[in-house]
Ligand binder design. Structure first.
Ligand code: FMN
Length: 334
């Protein structure tokens, strides 16, 4: 009897040791807002309504999609397919992603714009945002583009890439219908479920307010960061929860230093010798690459070799490396 007791006790201690520090929460529809705290941006999407006026809808499920290595850059939007935004994108393809500043009145307006079912005229009647032409409209005065919102630190002007997953023929919803009933739903672009849609949005222009623009071009310091409202994902039937960045020098963004790991000149030399038999690197040139993470070294060396061949250089020196670097930063600036 005593033996059994000790055995059970030992089993319980072992079980307690193995227990996770987390609870297992059931995953339900809209898990990011019903079962999670998920930091998200507050984006007002402007699109063109049937009468040519600008419609504004509030969105958070907006994130970078193609970030490098494609012919274009793209964002992804996930939204209700019966929304004004989805229907306008299906019909006219153009939108602007407006990132509002952190301000109580601006956020209150965003939440008002989030009420489902309002028509463009109803929602825009008392809207406090100031609408102005974007850069696309300036550059193409005969084209039709949704207006952009002035009270923003940045705006991405975008076009829906309907050629992905054969969405060119996507039909708008007939009047009065609140969802799609299709034989087959798409996987990642267009109408993806009876009530849902995904839009891959090519970025045509990034519009930046002067303060942030100057920061990015000249080197960002803490003062150049805009105050941004971050919504928590989680919402309940009464409140939309979000957090503010207090405009106080004590609460400015904090820079966490990136780790600097230098490889040895010898290991750069080793890789440089083998990259191309026709192009070699001096020791001083190799020394300029010690901060490049090892995984990127072949790509960086190949870039240098391409430049050397273009310029009939067979021995890359430190001065050449400076020219290559300068070219890179100029390209970045462009
Ligand atoms: C801050 C905020 C974020 C929202 N994010 C989304 C979202 O990412 N996707 C979505 O379908 N609805 C989202 N909604 C709800 C939409 O705003 C709502 O469906 C609204 O009717 C859309 O406006 P529209 O019909 O003019 O496009 C959000 C609402 C708020 C207030």
């Amino acid at each position: 009897m005593i033996f059994l007791f000790y055995n059970d006790y030992g089993f319980l201690i072992e079980k307690w040791r193995q227990m996770s520090s987390f609870k297992d929460l059931r995953i339900v529809d809209n898990f990011y807002q019903t079962s999670a705290f998920f930091p998200m941006p507050t984006v007002i999407i402007s699109t063109l309504a049937d009468d040519g006026s600008t419609n504004c809808g509030a969105y958070s499920l907006v994130q970078p999609y193609y970030v490098a290595g494609k012919e274009y850059y793209a964002m992804l939007l996930e939204c209700r397919n019966s929304s004004n935004t989805a229907q306008n994108l299906i019909k006219r393809k153009k939108c602007a992603l407006n990132f509002i500043y952190d301000d109580k009145a601006l956020f209150k307006q965003a939440v008002k714009l989030g009420f489902p079912g309002d028509t463009t005229a109803e929602k825009m009647k008392d809207c406090i945002y100031t609408l102005e032409d974007g850069i696309r409209a300036e550059e193409d005065p005969n084209g039709s583009y949704p207006k952009v919102i002035q009270e923003c630190f940045q705006v991405f002007e975008c076009t829906w890439v309907d050629s992905l997953e054969n969405c060119e023929g996507t039909q708008p919803l007939p009047e009065g219908q609140d969802h799609y009933e299709l034989d087959k739903y798409n996987d990642f672009n267009g109408i993806t479920t009876p009530y849902g849609a995904h839009f891959i949005l090519k970025i045509d222009k990034i519009l930046m307010k002067e303060e942030q623009y100057n920061g990015i071009i000249n080197g960002v310091t803490a003062k150049d960061f805009p105050n941004i409202p971050v919504d928590y994902g989680y919402r309940d039937s009464k409140n939309f929860w979000y957090t503010r960045t207090p405009n106080n020098f004590l609460y400015k963004p904090i820079g966490e230093l990136l780790p600097i790991r230098e490889t040895s000149v010898a290991s750069v030399q080793y890789a440089a010798k083998r990259i191309d038999p026709e192009v070699q690197f001096t020791d001083e040139a190799c020394a300029k690459l010690v901060k490049v993470p090892r995984i990127f070294l072949p790509t960086v060396l190949k870039g240098c070799v391409a430049w050397a061949k273009e310029n009939n250089v067979t021995l890359v020196t430190a001065e050449h490396m400076d020219i290559i670097n300068d070219k890179r930063s100029k390209e970045k600036g462009k």
